[in-house]
Design a protein around this ligand. Structure first.
Ligand code: TYD
Length: 153
């Protein structure tokens, strides 16, 4: 099964949306195999957003991502990276389609509620960045049979 990283950002923590967001992923049928709250610092954010450090909005992004602790999650499922990106929606909440997390819950390009890995390779790198060895678990939910056909799992 594929794994991906989700960060529930301070915009969602401030607004009391942690439970709503976790429920969406669970209801979809993704398995939570890692979950914790942590405070991000500038060092980890410069690494995580290394493609954006030269952008004019980067200082504001840093401040936004350190405003509260965040929730980091490892989600597992067939094609988990693509499924979670589709559920997340476009970067700017005003452009994200209704039905997506950002489309339903965000009006902003920066305060956009969640981060989700954009490729399998980045998922692997990002999970190693935010989780220590032993913090991601392996188990098979008893109801998996009702989320996938036998030939899919
Ligand atoms: P990016 O990796 O481009 O998008 P995504 O989160 O959809 O993978 O950008 C990372 C974060 O940077 C984005 O979630 C919010 C912030 N950001 C801005 O605040 N303004 C912007 O114009 C862009 C492109 C991103």
């Amino acid at each position: 099964m594929e794994q991906t990283l989700v960060i529930i950002k301070p915009s969602a923590v401030h607004r009391g949306l942690i439970g709503d967001i976790i429920s969406r992923f669970q209801n979809k049928g993704l398995t939570i195999t890692g979950l914790k709250m942590m405070q991000l610092d500038e060092e980890i954010l410069r690494e995580h957003y290394s493609h954006l450090t030269e952008k004019p909005f980067f200082p504001s992004l840093l401040e936004s991502m350190m405003a509260t602790p965040v929730i980091v999650m490892c989600l597992e499922g067939i094609d988990a990276v693509e499924v979670v990106r589709l559920m997340t929606g476009a970067t700017n909440g005003r452009k994200a389609l209704p039905g997506t997390i950002r489309g339903d819950l965000s009006m902003s390009g920066q305060e956009n509620i969640v981060h989700a890995s954009d490729s399998v390779e980045n998922g692997r790198i990002e999970l190693a960045r935010f989780f220590k060895p032993g913090e991601i678990f392996s188990y098979r939910p008893a109801n998996l049979r009702f989320y996938y056909a036998p030939d899919e799992i």
